[in-house]
Design a protein around this ligand. Structure first.
Ligand code: KIV
Ligand code: ZN
Length: 510
């Protein structure tokens, strides 16, 4: 059985999803979960993109021990020096550098000849290899590059010291057959190819990212890159959980497997979804809410008689548990922390007090607290305390037939401010009032509400996407009341923008 390495780029390519901007503690929480999932490599960010990215990559490199941590850099000394500072304390510092190779990118974006692209790549790999024990070089837009040129440059960067060669389908243009043939060609035409790991990195513009990645594996790829839930720019990246399950369930065909702890898949998916605000569609393979639901009578009958009639993946294999233990208002601190530990969270002592208080507060109002509630509560606590410029003190809405009027009190710089505003809808009234209070012009792009678990007293989780101060931002809010959750989500998004503005963090990357 061949072992395929899993390279997770949720925190880099996944974070390039429009409107997704994770804060420091959210990135760290995702990285810790990826380590529990046992991915081989975590691409933690793009250190040269912003100070915040560099700081998060550094913290992740220092904290993660069982996965290798890497960061992205362009083929410039400045980018690579910044990446070195961020990554040097990691267990096995590894750099990922890239340069586009396709004719379209060479002519229109880079304005460089083939020779110049080779020269810059080789120089960068040599520079990186002098510092980093492992250097990965990516041919951006490789799938639209002339095959003979791709083979030539790959051989040259291997000679220069690259240990991993990545062949991205940057724009999601490939089909399984022709993308697979690129790997076959490289295996046959690059003399040094067996000295390196050959990596696949696909985007899902035509819905073929997972199929393309698996075709690459069939043709010699030893590493698969992707993200959890397939999030990422445009249509997203290869969904790693789907690749891992395809290799496990169909290892009779692929004769390959990964080292992932598959039982961690469900929780990883939930954490990524909640922290990024990217809701997982119910019909999503492997992690969707309906992935294991059998609706038709014929199917239910079959599954009751023998599961394998209609079930090729058991829910337990990917960590969906039927053991949803319930806690209530009489549950003590010990039962609470025990359950959090069983759910895989490592909670610091100072966090426990705060979390337990929030748990008690909720348990007073809600009959039963399920695992879903606890996970939501812990993740809610990951909303950074450093960037809470505006905090909600109180929100109420008075409604009559024609109009809703919101009255809101916030704190800002230890000062309470109160405002009222009206609209035809209650959430609209809340958002009109908040817009007056935060003194920013806000364009709401998306608003989504989800219940956490079932029951009429379920917690409400609201996700918003908005454009504010020329930046796309997103926010989330959790509360038992939908109006309160809506107000919190709005303020969370605003606070993220204010933090980025104050810390002068705009995207520096092309
Ligand atoms: O899609 C792509 O080409 C990338 C590179 C930076 C590897 O993400
Ligand atoms: Zn990509």
């Amino acid at each position: 059985m061949q072992r395929i390495k899993i390279y997770d780029t949720t925190l880099r390519d996944g974070e390039q999803t429009p409107g997704v901007n994770l804060n420091f503690s959210e990135k760290l929480e995702i990285a810790k979960q990826l380590e529990r999932l046992n991915v081989d490599v975590i691409e933690a960010g793009f250190p040269a993109a912003s100070k915040g990215d560099a700081a998060a990559v550094q913290k992740i490199a220092q904290s993660v021990k069982n996965s290798t941590v890497t960061g992205l850099a362009r083929c410039t000394q400045k980018d690579m020096d910044i990446a070195w500072e961020a990554l040097k304390d990691g267990v096995n510092p590894r750099l990922h550098i890239f340069l586009a190779t396709s004719p379209i990118h060479r002519e229109y974006k880079l304005k460089m000849s083939k020779e110049q692209v080779v020269e810059q790549s080789v120089a960068a790999v040599k520079y990186a290899a002098a510092k980093f024990p492992v250097v990965q070089w990516s041919a951006e837009d490789a799938s639209r590059t002339e095959l003979d040129f791709l083979a030539e440059i790959v051989e040259k960067v291997i000679q220069a010291g690259a240990n991993v060669i990545n062949i991205p389908d940057t724009v999601g243009y490939g089909t399984p057959y022709d993308y697979g043939q690129i790997f076959k060609y490289l295996k046959q035409n690059v003399p040094s190819i067996d000295k390196v790991d050959l990596s696949t990195h696909c985007h899902d513009d035509l819905g073929m990212a997972v199929a393309n990645s698996l075709a690459a594996v069939e043709n010699g790829a030893t590493q698969v890159e992707g993200t959890i839930n397939g999030i990422g720019e445009r249509a997203g990246n290869t969904a790693l959980e789907e690749v891992a399950l395809a290799l496990r369930i169909r290892n009779d065909y692929y004769k390959a497997d990964t080292r992932l702890v598959l039982q961690e898949i469900s929780r990883t998916s939930t954490i990524v979804s909640k922290l990024t605000g990217m809701v997982v569609p119910a019909n999503k393979a492997v992690v969707g809410a309906n992935a294991f639901a059998h609706e038709s009578g014929i199917h239910q009958d079959g599954v009751l008689k023998e599961k394998s009639t209609y079930e090729i993946i058991s829910p337990e294999l990917v960590g969906f548990s039927s053991n949803n233990l319930v806690l209530g208002k009489h549950s003590g601190r010990h039962a609470f922390t025990n359950r959090l530990e069983e759910l895989g969270f490592v909670i610091e002592e100072d966090e426990v007090n705060e979390l337990f208080a929030a748990f008690k507060d909720l348990a007073d109002r809600k009959k039963e607290m399920t695992d879903d509630d606890l996970v939501a509560l812990v993740l809610e606590n990951k909303i950074s305390k450093d960037d809470q410029y505006y905090q909600l003190v109180n929100v109420s809405v008075q409604s009559n037939e024609n109009e809703h009027t919101a009255t809101i009190t916030l704190t800002n710089n230890n000062e309470n401010i109160t405002e009222t505003g009206s609209a035809k809808g209650s959430v609209e009234a809340v958002y009109n009032t908040l817009e007056k209070m935060v003194d920013e012009s806000v364009n709401l792009l998306d608003y989504r509400i989800q219940s956490v678990g079932g029951g009429r007293d379920a917690l409400a989780q609201v996700f918003v996407k908005m454009r504010c101060a020329d930046m796309d931002t997103s926010g989330r809010g959790l509360a038992q009341d939908v109006i309160e959750a809506s107000a919190k989500a709005y303020l969370n998004a605003i606070n993220r923008v204010l933090y980025l503005k104050e810390n002068n963090e705009s995207e520096l990357v092309n």
